[in-house]
Design a protein around this ligand. Structure first.
Ligand code: GDP
Length: 197
């Protein structure tokens, strides 16, 4: 599977300025430094489509990319970055929640989770929000190359157990490594499936 044409369209702080479209849209979000830019670049076979962040928490924009003129990939700003002010965090929250709640063509929110870590507060809080709003969700466990597959599976099991405390079922999930270029087929296949459903 391959994306032939990945095109940057627009960056916004206000979801109302997002492209007017009927095409399906898929958003990617996670804690700063989770590997979101690297994942987006892997999915699109580009080195620098999404800017890998040397300064986490810097870009606070909703970024729209058009894939093969068929669907939108949206790069949302990272959350859970401690070194920004409360005010900045509140603005961030409003911008993201407005987008997630109101964007009508949004088909799925991919929440990226660092596969090496036990459940993180910021992730749990964000997933609570997603759950409360009933947004369609899939998880991507990133940086799987950094440890054995056993350890990754173990961490996912812990995450699952934690989530099932408040969720009825565990969402679809993927394991990825931008380093090893793994998880791409599965994630693009999943998107393809939803695009043709
Ligand atoms: P973002 O802030 O979520 O966009 O994260 P980036 O994509 O900028 O990645 C943060 C850091 O993690 C960078 O130093 C990346 O090189 C590294 N990184 C991202 N994905 C992977 C991965 O799959 N494997 C490994 N080993 N490192 C990764």
């Amino acid at each position: 599977k391959r994306i032939k044409n990945a095109e940057f369209i627009i960056s916004n702080t206000d979801f109302r300025k997002s492209p007017k479209t009927d095409l399906a849209e898929y958003a990617f979000i996670g804690r700063s430094n989770v590997g979101k830019s690297s994942l987006i670049n892997m999915l699109t076979d580009r080195k620098n489509l999404a800017k890998t962040s040397s300064r986490p928490g810097k870009t606070q924009l909703i970024n729209h990319f058009l894939m093969d003129k068929k669907w939108y990939l949206v790069d949302l700003p990272g959350y859970g970055y401690a070194k920004v002010s409360k005010k900045t965090n509140e603005n961030w929250g409003k911008m993201i929640s407005d987008y997630l709640i109101n964007r009508e063509n949004l088909v799925c929110v991919f929440v990226l989770i660092d596969s090496r870590l036990p459940p993180q507060k910021a992730d749990v809080e964000f997933l609570d929000f997603v759950g409360k709003k009933g947004l369609p969700l899939a998880l991507i466990f990133t940086k799987a190359d950094k440890q054995s597959i056993n350890k990754t599976q173990k961490n996912i099991a812990v995450f699952k157990k934690h989530m099932l405390g408040s969720w009825e079922e565990f969402p679809p999930f993927f394991i990825s490594s931008a380093e090893k270029k793994s998880g791409k087929e599965e994630i693009l296949g999943f998107i393809d499936q939803m695009n043709s459903a």
